[in-house]
Design a protein around this ligand. Structure first.
Ligand code: ADP
Length: 390
């Protein structure tokens, strides 16, 4: 290795129709480049940016599937960083099963194990694993590191890890895994850095993006999550309903004759904000829409979140801080204001000016509960894990 080579780690986050990448130096938090291949398929698009946010020219290339998209991204990055020397590749993997509480170096045995969890997360795990296989083929000999969305939650007390089903189901892996762990890991670390006193206490983090969940932490460790066996439970989301009576699903099967595939499509793609509004899964669009159905969808989102906040505070025995993060949590002052307005009884309040300015601390002086707005950075958590393992 010569001194002028760009030694870096690559992060990959392979979703069902997207591939997010980050290129990070061996030290420091700022990415050298970030990229997104979106709508992978015939209409795929690729955007790449450098550390200043300026566009990196994306080479014309195949975006018809994940492997092709990765090759096109790598070719574009190689044109911009001709001396790139990859030390490791870090991958977001949705499911690490019951035992992985930390990132792990990818081996053939690990890949085999992770493939066994695909039935637990059929819409995500297969894409994550094909991302790993594509990177192994592109960079033979470069260490690959798997970072699990479930890992942060592995220390849940038993009552928050199980369902009240016959015990054999828990033994077979039917458990409350919890997700969004990379985001929560990042927020826990940042909070410990900026406010160790708060981080040591009872903290509820609301990750509100297209997928949404809340996590209750004590001393920086996850105690409970609104997401459980799958990323369907808890809050209403862009296209997922959140909490639902299982009796509804039995009814849909028995009386409406819906198959498992049809119910899966209903729950993952047609419900939540999209289903309620009949318009969009996108909070920005709903806030701008001005229709009754859009207003009701937002009202449901807020009400569900408030109920889950109460539940999480009960699980923690109180609450010292509430952190908003994710696309909605970081950017929507109206949603934060509405959530806080209804939670005064719990000591949660937002200062209107601080909230409108997206200040880091939005609770009023002397409030019982600190309310913060913190941007999350899942890619950085992956990059740090990849750096740490090489
Ligand atoms: P993902 O879960 O796919 O990573 P994000 O964390 O980017 O998604 O969050 C996407 C959500 O954030 C969308 O509902 C989007 O409308 C919402 N969002 C982003 N910016 C704003 C904004 N300024 N106001 C309201 N909602 C916003």
């Amino acid at each position: 290795m010569t001194a002028d080579r760009t030694r870096a780690v690559l992060t990959l986050n392979a979703g069902s129709s997207s591939l997010k990448v980050g290129l990070f130096p061996m030290q420091g938090d700022a990415a050298l480049a970030t990229g997104l291949a979106d709508r992978i398929g015939p209409d795929g698009t690729l955007t790449l940016k450098d550390a200043t946010g300026a566009a990196i020219p994306a080479l014309a290339g195949d975006l018809s599937n994940h492997e092709a998209a990765l090759a096109t991204i790598l070719a574009s990055l190689a044109a911009r960083f001709p001396d790139l020397d990859l030390a490791a590749v870090g991958h977001r993997v949705v499911h690490g099963g019951p035992d992985h509480a930390a990132p792990a170096r990818v081996t053939p045995a690990l890949l085999e194990e992770l493939a066994r969890y695909a039935p637990f997360a059929p819409l995500h795990q297969p894409h994550n694993l094909s991302g790993i296989r594509a990177a192994m083929a592109a960079f033979p000999g470069v260490p690959q590191v798997a970072c699990f969305d479930t890992a942060f939650h592995r220390g849940h007390p038993w009552v928050n890890d199980t369902y009240a089903l016959p015990r054999r189901f828990h033994d077979k892996g039917v458990r409350r895994y919890g997700f969004h762990g990379l985001s929560y890991d990042y927020i826990a670390g940042e909070l410990a850095r900026i406010s160790p006193g708060l981080a040591a206490g009872r903290v509820v983090v609301a990750h509100l993006g297209n997928g949404a969940s809340i996590c209750g932490m004590m001393g920086g460790r996850s105690i409970a999550s609104t997401m459980g066996f799958s990323p369907l439970d808890g809050l209403a989301m862009g296209t997922r309903p959140g909490q639902i009576d299982p009796g509804v699903l039995l009814y849909l099967m028995d009386q409406e004759g819906m198959s498992a595939g049809q119910i899966s499509d209903l729950l993952y793609r047609q419900s939540g904000l999209l289903g309620l509004s009949g318009l969009s899964n996108d909070m920005r669009r709903l806030e701008a829409a001005g229709t009754d159905a859009a207003a009701e969808a937002i009202a449901y989102f807020v009400a569900r979140l408030q109920r889950e906040l109460g539940s999480m505070a009960a699980a923690l025995g109180g609450i010292d801080a509430l952190v908003f993060t994710g696309g909605i949590g970081e950017n929507s002052a109206p949603i934060r204001a509405r959530v806080c307005e209804g939670m005064g009884w719990m000591g949660i309040a937002a200062d209107a000016a601080c909230n409108a300015a997206h200040a880091r601390m939005i609770s009023p002086e002397g409030a019982a509960v600190a309310v913060l707005v913190m941007p999350t950075n899942e890619e950085l958590v992956i990059a740090r894990a990849a750096r740490a393992l090489v």
